[in-house]
Design a protein around this ligand. Structure first.
Ligand SMILES: Cc1ncc(C[n+]2csc(CCOP(=O)(O)OP(=O)(O)O)c2C)c(N)n1
Ligand SMILES: [Mg+2]
Length: 351
């Protein structure tokens, strides 16, 4: 179901249709995460990690990505809180449930990796890694190739605040900003003010993480990632800068972490952090764009869809033990062509 806005308000720069679309995807993203948490708690999966609380930023990001395969499209080096971005890019949520349940039908990893660890070659979505921050030192590789190729494709890398303490983040800033070859990279830090159980404040001498861009001459900004309108506008502007100037941009988005770090910390709802969905829905109601009943109906519809998907996935098989050594990267010749069979979405050639 796609909701239609009731009237056109003058006070917003984004069109009512766009705001309603963003809202729909935010609700879908939240319902998906809540379903995944429920699956974990019911024993339909071993571990949960995800991004409930980051939808206001992650949805606009996914909507603005130019998806496709190869250097003329955007390369995505994501971390494990990006399900809402993937939904906005167009994935089917049932496949996230498959990854959660580690079924053989999981198209991203064949049931071999944690939930949230997407890998989609046809959309340049580089496999998400559990070791944090490594994506920041790998991302310059695709950006160098894109710089050489020319065009408007960019490299997008995301990660958390705590991980910026690691050397990979500095490596990224250095490589992105060399005057001899600045790189077309959107460097994103989603700052939820936590690294598992370690709070941000006593760990960071810099006032803002985005300030670290200044030393390298990198354009940078800190934004309210809990506001989808701010996020959409700022992401659109930053991406246009990177696409046209072929230079890096460091964007820090302040976000909430609504269910703690992961299932390892209980995955229970926190009450002391702002919920981006609550604030946005209040605004949509006040502006007369959607009614409470419409929004409740949308949530109920996604809940029903994912409940049915959950029942389906429960019946699907786990991977066969014999396949454990399939898809070993070092045994493939991805450049020469041998071993690159597959549609790039299935684990055959996709992981
Ligand atoms: C290289 C590495 N060191 C430590 C860990 C353990 N670890 C997993 S998540 C995490 C905290 C990450 O915090 P942050 O970068 O702020 O991202 P967030 O989870 O808050 O989004 C740590 C230390 C890891 N996975 N990899
Ligand atoms: Mg964090």
């Amino acid at each position: 179901m796609s909701l239609r806005p009731l009237r056109t308000p003058p006070e917003t720069e984004l069109s009512p249709e766009l705001l309603v679309k963003i809202h729909e995807l935010m609700v879908k993203g939240r319902v998906l995460e809540e379903r995944l948490i429920q699956m974990y708690k019911q024993g339909d999966g071993y571990f949960w990690i995800g991004g409930p609380g980051e939808e206001a930023f992650n949805v606009p990001l996914g909507m603005l990505i130019q998806k496709g395969r190869g250097l003329q499209y955007d390369y995505c080096h994501f971390h494990y809180r990006q399900s809402a971005t993937m939904l906005a890019m167009g994935v089917d949520p049932i496949d996230s449930l498959r990854m959660m349940k580690n079924t053989a039908t999981d198209p991203y990893t064949g049931g071999r990796n944690f939930v949230g660890h997407y890998s989609i070659r046809v959309w340049n979505v580089v496999p998400v890694s559990s070791p944090i921050e490594v994506q920041y030192s790998m991302a310059p590789g695709t950006a160098i190739a894109q710089k050489r190729a020319g065009g408007r494709g960019i490299t997008i890398v995301t990660g958390g605040d705590a991980g910026t303490a690691e050397g990979d983040f500095s490596t990224c800033l250095v490589w992105a900003s060399r005057p001899a070859n600045p790189l077309p990279m959107l460097i994103v830090v989603t700052n939820n003010k936590w690294g598992i159980s370690t709070n941000y404040a006593p760990q960071h001498g810099e006032k803002r993480i985005s300030d670290r861009g200044k030393a390298f001459g990198i354009e940078s900004k800190t934004i309210d990632g809990n506001d989808p309108e701010v996020s959409y506008r700022e992401l659109a502007a930053a991406m246009e800068y990177v696409r046209s100037e072929r230079k890096p941009f460091l964007l820090e988005a302040m976000v909430s972490r609504l269910y703690g770090h992961s299932s390892a910390s209980g995955a229970n709802k926190v009450v002391d952090e702002a919920d981006c969905l609550v604030g946005f829905e209040r605004r949509l109601e006040e502006r007369g764009l959607l009614t409470r009943a419409q929004m409740d109906g949308l949530r109920a519809q996604f809940n029903a869809e994912l409940s049915a998907a959950h029942r389906k996935v429960k019946e699907e098989p786990q991977p066969d033990g014999k396949s454990i050594f399939d898809h070993i990267f070092s045994e493939k010749d991805l450049v020469g062509g041998a071993g690159s069979a597959g549609d790039g979405r299935s684990p055959k050639g996709g992981a």
